[in-house]
Design a protein around this ligand. Sequence first.
Ligand code: GLV
Ligand code: MN
Length: 202
Amino acid sequence: ADPEPVQDFCVAAVTNGSADHPSYPGFPCKPASAVVSDDFFFAGLAKSGAAEAAESPFGSSVTPGNVAAFPGLNTLGVSINRVDLAPGGVNPLHSHPRAAELVHVVAGQMLVGFVSTAGTFYSKVVREGESFVIPRGLVHFQFNTGKEAARAVTVFNSQLPGVVLAAPSLFGADPEIPDAVLAKSFQVDGEIIKLLKSKFRN
Ligand code: GLV
Ligand code: MN
């Protein structure tokens, strides 16, 4: 989904681990003469997120491998994450505005699902060695249906897919969305909105 590159590579000169970028389609390039093999290498996904997943209230941990973490991806239109799920854990409902997502399960099993613009829910229990694809922009999740920790590698056709977390974007926005807007939108009373805000606003 990213623009086509106009040269072999454009290793980002500086990202400071941040998705804030000064120019479109990406970051300024480091001089080609300064580019080394390590610029095309990323070890960030070697580290297990299993302990973090076990401690998180959602039972999940996502380690991003987008251009902010891996500057060599700049202008290449691809990125990769690691998703660790404790038993019963969920990578909660979210969407990526700029990329389709290929979910490849490397350990355990998980229910992976998304909802189309027609409101149809598509899902599948995906096991080690199997893959499932999430179309661009659609709300999706992964939920560990096994007894053991589960792990997936997710691959995106964008160097910076972006993520919109469903619950935090509605109930944790800063400044907050007025209760009246949320109550009317969800057809519930204000107390329910206050309860949800208490979970997602800090
Ligand atoms: C999983 O859905 C991910 O975005 O890495
Ligand atoms: Mn995702």
